[in-house]
Design a protein around this ligand. Structure first.
Ligand SMILES: C[S@@+](CC[C@H](N)C(=O)[O-])C[C@H]1O[C@@H](n2cnc3c(N)ncnc32)[C@H](O)[C@@H]1O
Length: 223
């Protein structure tokens, strides 16, 4: 599976067409980066570069097609977040929006971010909540009383699921919350803020009936 070709085209249509990115995802990142000013900022998995100008960031992404679009908006290069073409301590902050769940192992992600962000620097991550990414998880309606409940699926194990993406599909990797936070701590990241959010109920009629199902996480670490 690659993020080039039809998947790149799908993602551009998705992010432009779905108001949830502007309504729920982007404000969470802004909240996490509030007060983080100055220096060089890295957008890990920058996609089409839609956030580069806002944060004056340099982007890296594994998709050649998306980097071609991103490079019109700001500096962007093709690279894997697990092997960054940057010197140690080169950046003052890094962020990743909806990227962590597409990476097979979180350890190289956190380790590389810790290598390139200077001591005292920030890492901000917005991602799908692990409750949402567990294979076999999903909403279901209690036939007894109509209440919308959540099936946890295979929550405790690492795993993945393939989700349709236009004519293609994308892989969502899953690890439990504990697993994820331990991977970050092992790489030397000190947690400063952890936010769990539901999506605006307007976006999903089924979930509108149950607003206590977490959908997004936002985490801010300090090196
Ligand atoms: C859902 S998109 C999010 C894009 C962007 N962060 C945004 O919010 O618009 C996921 C992005 O992660 C990138 N990606 C996936 N695996 C990657 C990796 N190992 N290294 C770098 N980028 C990766 C994809 O190419 C894609 O652009």
């Amino acid at each position: 599976m690659t993020w080039d070709g039809p998947t790149a085209a799908w993602w551009q249509g998705e992010v432009e067409g779905d108001p949830a990115y502007r309504r729920d995802v982007d404000p969470l990142l802004a909240e996490l980066l509030d007060g983080v000013v100055g220096g060089l900022t890295l957008d890990l998995g920058c996609g089409d570069g839609r956030l580069l100008q806002q944060y004056g960031a340099v982007g890296v992404d594994v998709s050649r097609d998306l980097v071609r679009v991103a490079a019109v908006r700001g500096p962007a290069v093709v690279a894997d977040v697990g092997h960054l073409p940057l010197a140690a301590d080169a950046m003052t902050a890094a962020f990743a929006v909806l990227v962590l769940e597409h990476i097979a192992d979180p350890e190289p992600f956190f380790a590389e971010a810790a290598r390139v962000v200077a001591p005292g620097g920030t890492l901000a991550v917005v991602a799908n909540h692990p409750v949402f990414s567990a294979p076999g998880s999903g909403p279901f309606v209690d036939p007894g009383d109509g209440e919308v409940l959540w099936r946890w699926g295979e929550y405790f194990d690492r795993g993945f699921s393939n989700e349709p993406a236009g004519t293609s599909s994308v892989v969502f990797h899953h690890r439990s919350f504990g697993d994820l936070l331990t991977a970050a701590a092992d790489a030397g990241w000190r947690l400063e803020r952890l936010v769990e959010r539901a999506l605006d109920p307007a976006g999903d009629p089924l979930l509108a009936a149950q607003t206590q199902i977490p959908r997004l996480i936002g985490a801010k670490w300090r090196r």
